[in-house]
Design a protein around this ligand. Sequence first.
Ligand SMILES: *Cc1c(COP(=O)(O)O)cnc(C)c1O
Length: 349
Amino acid sequence: MDIDKLARRNVRELEPYSCARDEYQGDTGIFLDANENSLGSVLTPGLNRYPDPLQKKLKAKISDVKNIAPENIFLGNGSDEVIDLLIRAFCEPREDRILIMPPTYGMYAVTAGVNAVPVVRAPLTFNYQIDTDAVLKKSAGVKLIFICSPNNPTGNCLNDTDIERILINFDGLVVLDEAYIDFAPERSWAKRLARYPNLVIMQTFSKAWGLANIRLGMGFADRRIIELLNRIKYPYNVNGVTQQLALKGLSRESLKDKMVAQILAERRKLAARLEQLSIVEKVYPSEANFLLVKFENARTIFNYLIDKQIIVRDRSRVVLCDNCLRITVGASNENDELLQQLMTYQGAQ
Ligand SMILES: *Cc1c(COP(=O)(O)O)cnc(C)c1O
């Protein structure tokens, strides 16, 4: 597969902007190259300096934790930036398409729309798995196929055999969004990255790591793909405060694992108790930190919960999600309160 041929022509031919910090790699010296404030900062010392544009220290640490070489890692302002850069690097506006499998994460289609890139839809099957025949049949003119596993909002993982069939038979990039993979780590494709040059894996610090606020997303792929993304990103796309906090966070992987275990235990408990309610028609199996729940009348229940200041995600108007709410697994007391309110609602029917 010729990754360079896949990229947009203008991106291939682009001369990347060389920022001041690209030219000298050392930590010490007299830095008079970037028009920073040499006296210091109005806040913490160090904030006067531009951050490392390629986040080398952070990538080295992520490389250790994930067992992926630094040259195969891209870091962005959330996975959302990775999605945007992939579309901009590979899709000629109004010409090349992306393919998505609804019901899925909304940002793929939104970002394609912003970039004037048409979206082809091959919905999941009734049991929320990939319709591989439909995907391959509709893939003419498609540069990127987005697969989300575990999928948002359905919560399930997509079958490995289907993902592999697409990887082998599709001649564009397959973007596998593993935002929720820390809740089902044995399902990650990261260990198979070297085998598929057209595979891009996205992960994030926003879910299991509990760092949604610092905006840090990861892309893992063949180095030629990483180079293309580096070429078109903003020079300082990941700020220094985020880089520092992520480094610190990565040294606390065991705390992340402990929270994941706790969330999984809460999820099982919450699912079992929801299933006992008569207003609940179905709790879908989940491998993530949320549950997709089918109610008799989702919209009414959504509004009732809002009134009680319990906010869940209404997915009832999404394809294949009739009358469904997506409920994030909360802390134990929050789940108790949710169940209490649902029982009160049920009692009044
Ligand atoms: C939450 C989520 C993300 C994370 O996005 P960030 O920009 O990294 O916060 C990515 N993909 C899916 C499917 C998600 O649900």
